[in-house]
Ligand binder design. Sequence first.
Ligand code: SAM
Length: 126
Amino acid sequence: MDWIEKSRLWIGAEATIEAAHHPVALDLLVRAGLRRGLHVLDIGCGSGGTLMMVADQVGSDGAVSGIDIAPPMTARAANRAKSRPQVAVMTGDAQTHPFNPASHDVAISLFGVMFFADPVPPSPIF
Ligand SMILES: C[S@@+](CC[C@H](N)C(=O)[O-])C[C@H]1O[C@@H](n2cnc3c(N)ncnc32)[C@H](O)[C@@H]1O
C-alpha cells in the first residue's frame, strides 16, 4: 500500500470522510471508556480527527499520542492539534514501534490496525 499517495487523497477529502466516520468514532471513544486524565494511544491516527476528540475528553491532565506511518498524515495531524498541548504525534510503523506499555492506559484505532499484516491483537483493544 502506498500510504503517502493514499494520505494525499485522504487529506483532500478529510472533512467528508470525518463526517461519514463520526458516528463510528463516537462509539469507539465510548467503548474505550475515556475519561479525564487517561493516557491514550491512537494507532494509525491519520490526519488527527480522533486525536482531537480524545484530547478534549482526556483534558489537560491526560495525554494522547498518535502514530501513523504516513508523514503527510502526521504533519497534518500535528498542525491541527497545535492548540492541544496534550497531543503528541509520531511517524512510524505501529507494527514494529517499540512502545512502552506502561505509557498508555488505552489504545484505540479507527480503521488503522485493520491494515496490519496481523490485525488481531494479543489482548483486547478497542
Ligand atoms: C483508513 S486510514 C484511518 C485514519 C484515521 N484513523 C481516521 O480514521 O481518520 C488508515 C491509517 O492507518 C495508517 N497506517 C497503516 N498502516 C500503518 C502502520 N503499520 N503503522 C501506523 N499507521 C499505519 C495509514 O497511514 C492511515 O493514515
